[in-house]
Design a protein around this ligand. Structure first.
Ligand SMILES: [Zn+2]
Length: 348
């Protein structure tokens, strides 16, 4: 029975909208990278948080420091992007939005522009190879790097949204939520919006950020990452909830990530329940499938078992994610047709 359930969730067509490239590197790829760089003396336990383990959010960010050492060359970026795309595809993901902060590494000659170009090349390569998943890219702003870098990143995203033929669809705001203030980033995010880029912002990821959250919501963003502390029961406010609902901003929810990162105490207390009960659009996502040792099929299964979702509700959840994506309308229509066809096949 367990195998049958696993198979269903793997076969279920899915949309992944919140996946950080470096956090999504699987342990198989990680082992290959580690073997290529023995001088770094990195063990697997330093790059993944396995079943039953938890870390503080701070410790999670340290994991990324280690991963960055392993992915500091153009060829590493190409390898990890290709591998991550193929892994999502084999988990039944039909549409994927990857996100990553452009990085420069003086020692290897990697520039921020080259970083993005390499990711885009890998996306193109997978498409040419016929990997069955449509991929888009969000250029990420790491809030730790301040407003000037943010503006630079927006300008780069603008250039790439033109030159990539629509593969670059928007911006992500992420990084340690306790560092810096959202207000300093408003001009960059506003500019991005004005130039037609979509905004997926990590919001209310930690408690007591009501003022910042309210400010960023006024943009408004096109999607919210986590939104863990928006509602009044967890120290947010009804005002925040009302704003999110009125503007109908979908939430990207990452259950395993929140449990392992200790911002939510147990699965049954996950805010999926609160928002789903309100009928608000929620999209299940992995966040960092490599670091948190999960897969999108697993996240769907987890939500279904924790909140007693019926098969019809699970299908509705995965199909609703199409509407929340930043894909153009033509792609959304193709995806809806795929869903209808696969539903017939899977249940026949
Ligand atoms: Zn995230």
């Amino acid at each position: 029975m367990q195998d049958e359930a696993d198979l269903f969730y793997r076969q279920l067509p899915k949309v992944e909208l919140h996946a950080h490239l470096n956090g999504s590197i699987s342990s198989a790829t990680m082992q290959r990278l580690v073997a290529q760089k023995p001088h770094l003396h990195i063990q697997h336990s330093m790059t993944a948080i396995n079943r039953g383990q938890r870390r503080t959010l701070d410790e999670c960010f340290q994991v990324f420091e280690v991963i960055h050492q392993l992915t500091d060359r153009v060829e590493d970026i190409f390898t990890v992007t290709t591998d991550v795309i193929k892994e999502f595809a084999s988990d039944g993901v039909k549409y994927l939005e990857l996100r990553s902060t452009p990085r420069e590494e003086k020692s290897t000659g990697l520039t921020k522009r080259k970083y993005v170009e390499t990711v885009l090349e890998a996306i193109k390569h997978c498409k040419q190879e016929g990997v069955d998943v449509e991929v888009r890219f969000l250029v990420a702003i790491d809030r730790r790097h301040g407003p000037e870098v943010a503006m630079e990143t927006v300008k780069m995203a603008e250039d790439f949204s033109v030159s990539s033929d629509g593969v670059v669809v928007g911006l992500d705001l992420s990084g340690d939520p306790t560092v810096g203030h959202g207000k300093d980033l408003i001009p960059s995010l506003q500019r991005a919006r004005n130039s037609g880029l979509k905004l997926a912002l990590h919001l209310a990821e930690v408690p007591s950020q009501q003022e910042e959250t309210q400010l960023l919501l006024s943009l408004p963003p096109d999607r919210i990452g986590h939104g863990t502390f928006l509602h009044p029961e967890v120290g947010g406010s009804q005002e925040l909830v009302d704003t999110v609902m009125k503007k109908c901003i979908p939430l990207e929810l990452c259950m395993t990530s929140n449990i392992k990162g200790q911002t939510v105490s147990s699965y049954d207390k996950h805010h999926f329940l609160y928002w789903n009960n309100l009928g608000h659009p929620c999209v299940l996502c992995t966040d960092d499938k490599g670091v948190f040792a999960t897969e999108l099929s697993q996240e769907y299964q987890l939500a279904a078992t924790t909140f007693n979702l019926s098969t019809a509700e699970v299908w509705a959840l995965s199909e609703q994610a199409i509407d929340c994506s930043f894909a153009p309308e033509s792609i959304k229509q193709d995806l809806r047709r795929r869903w209808a066809q696969l539903k017939r096949e899977i249940h026949s």
